[in-house]
Design a protein around this ligand. Sequence first.
Ligand SMILES: *[C@@H]1O[C@H](CO)[C@@H](O)[C@H](O)[C@H]1NC(C)=O
Ligand SMILES: *[C@@H]1O[C@H](CO)[C@@H](O)[C@H](O)[C@H]1NC(C)=O
Ligand SMILES: *[C@@H]1O[C@H](CO)[C@@H](O)[C@H](O)[C@H]1NC(C)=O
Ligand SMILES: *[C@@H]1O[C@H](CO)[C@@H](O)[C@H](O)[C@H]1NC(C)=O
Ligand SMILES: *[C@@H]1O[C@H](CO)[C@@H](O)[C@H](O)[C@H]1NC(C)=O
Ligand SMILES: *[C@@H]1O[C@H](CO)[C@@H](O)[C@H](O)[C@H]1NC(C)=O
Length: 813
Amino acid sequence: MEVLWLISYCACSLCLLGRICAVSHCIRRSQTLIDGESLASEGGTFELGFFSPGSSTHRYLGIWYKNIPIRTVVWVANRKTPIKDRTGVFTINSTGSIVVTSRTSGDIWSTNSFKDAKSPVLQLLDSGNLILRDEKGTNSDFYLWQSFDYPSDTLLPGMKLGWDLRTGLNRQLSSWRNSDDPSPGELRNGIELHEFPQAVMWKASKKYFRSGPWNGERFSGAPELRVNPVFNYSFISNKDEVYYTYQLKNKSVISRLVLNDTSSSRQRYVWVEADQAWKLYASVPRDYCDTYDLCGANGVCVISDSPVCQCLEGFEPKSPDSWNSMDWSEGCILSKPFSCQNKEVFFKFSELKLPNTTKSWVTGTMNLQECREACFKNCSCMAYSNSDVRGQGSGCVLWFHDLLDIRQVPNGGQDLYIRIEASKHAGIHVVNAVLISLITMAVFFRLVLLCYYLSWRKTKVRGISGQVDRTSEGPKEDLELPFFDLATMANATNNFSLNNKLGEGGFGPVYKGILVDGQEIAVKRLSKSSGQGLNEFKNEVKLIAKLQHRNLVKLVGSCSDDEEKMLIYEYMANGSLDSFVFDQTRRKQLGWSKFFQIIDGIARGLLYLHQDSRLRIIHRDLKASNVLLDAELNPKISDFGLARTFQGDQCGDNTERVVGTFGYMAPEYALYGLFSVKSDVFSFGLLLLEIVIGKKNRCFLHPHHHHGLIEYAWRMWSEGTPLALVDSSLKDTSSMLEISRCIHVSLLCVQQIPEDRPNMSVVVLMLNGESTLPQPRQPGFLRDVMPTEVTSIRSDTDSCTANEITFSSFGAR
Ligand SMILES: *[C@@H]1O[C@H](CO)[C@@H](O)[C@H](O)[C@H]1NC(C)=O
Ligand SMILES: *[C@@H]1O[C@H](CO)[C@@H](O)[C@H](O)[C@H]1NC(C)=O
Ligand SMILES: *[C@@H]1O[C@H](CO)[C@@H](O)[C@H](O)[C@H]1NC(C)=O
Ligand SMILES: *[C@@H]1O[C@H](CO)[C@@H](O)[C@H](O)[C@H]1NC(C)=O
Ligand SMILES: *[C@@H]1O[C@H](CO)[C@@H](O)[C@H](O)[C@H]1NC(C)=O
Ligand SMILES: *[C@@H]1O[C@H](CO)[C@@H](O)[C@H](O)[C@H]1NC(C)=O
């Protein structure tokens, strides 16, 4: 009887226990978890125990995913105080603190004491949260303590990033120092409390990236948060709490947000079951414009522009000299201070990330009109905006100081109204009006021309004489160039026969042709299907028609029919440079001295583009296949489809994107879309290396040299054996001194920091002079990340084998 009672009692308390927490899923007072044991969450999602990170032997108490083969730690208790041996113990001690102790060093980590709890129990939940409850307390569901309140580097679904204003608790993420050391590294991420709170990332206690204020829908500068298949999120801001949190839409998806010191970014990973690997889903900062305060006060960053920083309308650079040399830190000041005599107006800017809100004022009760009036009344108010963009928009934010850290966020930004002096604005109107009427006139004029041209074409029957219309009496595509008709071109190229085809250019096939007067030409034909090509075509016509230099390929004329568009160039008898550089036999034939003349010619051509031409042009796609050789082997730079003038061509229809040939682009250009003459200098340096080494950068995928030719050259240089780079076919014929000078110059050209690279006038001097050259610094390796901004990479038709010569431009075999 007694025994039976006992048994039933045990069974009952067991089932009671099981309901609250299965034995292996919790720790009670006086129970311990020692090094080597672990505690799993009920559903087996997470596990708690002692571990050693990376290659370290130190022991830490942490939580990691139990159902993932790659050990991924999401929380660490004793981040700063590792245990040096395996004597660690985790427990609730008799005075009610959660502690990690070790036999050798005593308590090394602990929480407050919860001594009032009658029956404290520690439990790991399937969310990854380690919680302390009082099983027998009045509210057994209340968490006395939870690990989610003390985040490490990882924000799991359901965690809160931000403030509990009642207790003053501020939950921030901080990165691990490195994969061996979970102690706090340089990066921190949290919510900055102001009237209008904003999410901020700090790096070594300086602001590094600002997601911007919450606008009811998302953080103002975080378009990637918008509707996505993986997670939904919200931002809570009331008198008790201010925090951000997210939840996964599909509970069987595993995803985490982590601050990463190595990459200096906040990354979102998603576990891909099929690959058994974490896949990077998103990462901030996204690009150069995300750099905090890049453009200084009252500047705006536009990633597609070059340079990326501009002053806001109505402002001008505070120090024009440093601004023009791309030091934007001093920012912009009002072109004309406010007179505050009701002469100002507000200028609407769209698609922006709102400026920093450290000192701004916000109210939810005003509409946009009232907001405007409030701003107008106060002379120090600089700008206003809706605080909530949902629906029609509501609420009001006012800025009273310089506007900081603004960028353009295409398809994700919002409207900002900035105060400017009315006279200035009126001025804009006048200019606009004049411009508009000019444009209208131009369009009208073109229409007249077109009509005239069409009727002229109908009436005037041109014999297929093939005579170039050198007196250029015919219609022109706004350039002073001879115009050929389609029949002439068809005749000259044998009806665009395959036998005449020289190769494929950036936007279509290239044919050899002979005019009736015997002149040899190369005809670049724009393929009809290519939309991108049309822009490149127009660009090339516009630019090259105005250029004249012995090292630039010469445009002879153009042909533009209803359907067909063609460019006609002088014919280059020796084809493109790559057919010499990458072919052993032809390299030998040519010999170093000829190569050197070619290098010098390219440098001079580039110098002309950068400095001496009226237009000042950045080529953006310099490579061996874009350099052509005439009958005397004089080099001529070609393919201006991607080139841009410095001032930024306002009437061009390029929405500026990273374009060019991957593998030839300077790192700052490939990664951040930042191009300048110095990115051309980089490409020139790389071309120089290719000539000396005789291998293509793209094809130099050596297992030991991940970063291609440049890394290889840098290594040899650092080891003091640069001449080991020189390919044998050049060795015997050449002057080693000149070659070693070329290697030196090339390494100066490919330096990581654009400002360190010499400009082309200096390069020309260096190549020809005898002076001592400066020591090159670390070159820019293009890491093997794919840049997010690259939207149009030219497919490089160059092949990797030397005997299979392809022509990516026009020229002869
Ligand atoms: C429990 O841990 C706390 C924090 O380390 C400590 O102050 C307290 O003395 C410990 N209690 C006992 C009985 O060891
Ligand atoms: C995500 O969506 C679900 C269902 O619509 C909702 O219950 C939950 O509160 C949302 N989570 C967040 C963080 O917004
Ligand atoms: C959730 O994810 C799992 C695994 O990726 C997938 O099989 C399932 O179809 C998803 N469910 C929904 C509702 O999308
Ligand atoms: C940090 O980023 C690097 C490279 O992007 C990656 O290899 C590493 O696993 C990341 N670390 C964490 C903790 O996710
Ligand atoms: C303008 O606003 C600032 C900041 O809120 C305030 O300090 C100042 O008193 C206001 N000035 C006037 C004239 O209202
Ligand atoms: C934020 O912007 C204000 C002007 O709105 C500026 O005065 C302040 O210095 C900025 N604060 C920080 C920390 O950047």
